[in-house]
Ligand binder design. Structure first.
Ligand code: SF4
Length: 179
């Protein structure tokens, strides 16, 4: 693709050095991912960009099938407690949001970002799409779109490891669907 180098320059200009291109139509989705949101995630029903505020699993799969090119960005950080990550992920999500806008302005009208962590733009989330306080900026995570992140990033060439403790750095992934 002739614009690939220009896009990569743009990613790097925002400090995003660790990324891999992938074909979004190969994204692995699963009903089991949604089940983990329903049972086990404290944000279910409380975050306006998380289930049940995201489409059903079949529609998520169809959405990924509409893209030929996308990029997965990897972010690594060590935290003592997983809840400590939010200040960091909020800042990275904001930078990714700016990047999505710039990719759109390059003529990529389908550009759509999946945050690297659940949306925490507002200190007090409205909890649903119709009560979202920042609907232009809010985006779901890949997990909220029923993505089996482990299988998908593995296919893209990233090594994956389940963290048994927080002595090790965590890896988080954002997805930018381009065209
Ligand atoms: S933008 Fe604010 S209200 Fe909307 S989903 Fe994100 S945190 Fe919630």
């Amino acid at each position: 693709m002739p614009d690939q180098a220009a896009l990569e320059d743009l990613f790097r200009s925002h400090g995003f050095e660790d990324f891999k291109w992938f074909p979004p139509k190969d994204t692995v989705t699963g009903q089991w991912v949604r089940m983990k949101c329903l049972f086990g995630c404290p944000e279910y029903g409380k975050n306006g960009s998380c289930p049940p505020n995201t489409p059903p699993v079949e529609e998520c799969a169809r959405f990924f099938g509409e893209y030929k090119r996308g990029v997965i960005f990897r972010f690594e950080k060590k935290v003592k407690d997983p809840e400590e990550r939010h200040a960091w992920t909020r800042e990275v999500n904001a930078r990714l949001s700016t990047l999505e806008r710039e990719v759109f302005l390059m003529g990529k009208v389908k550009a759509f970002l999946l945050f690297m962590d659940s949306c925490t733009i507002c200190p007090d989330c409205g909890g649903s799409r119709d009560k979202c306080k920042n609907p232009k900026k809010a985006r779901p995570t890949a997990e909220a779109m029923a993505v089996d992140v482990y299988s998908t990033v593995l296919r893209a060439g990233y090594p994956v490891e389940v963290l048994a403790d927080y002595e090790k750095a965590m890896n988080r992934y954002a997805f930018l669907l381009i065209d």
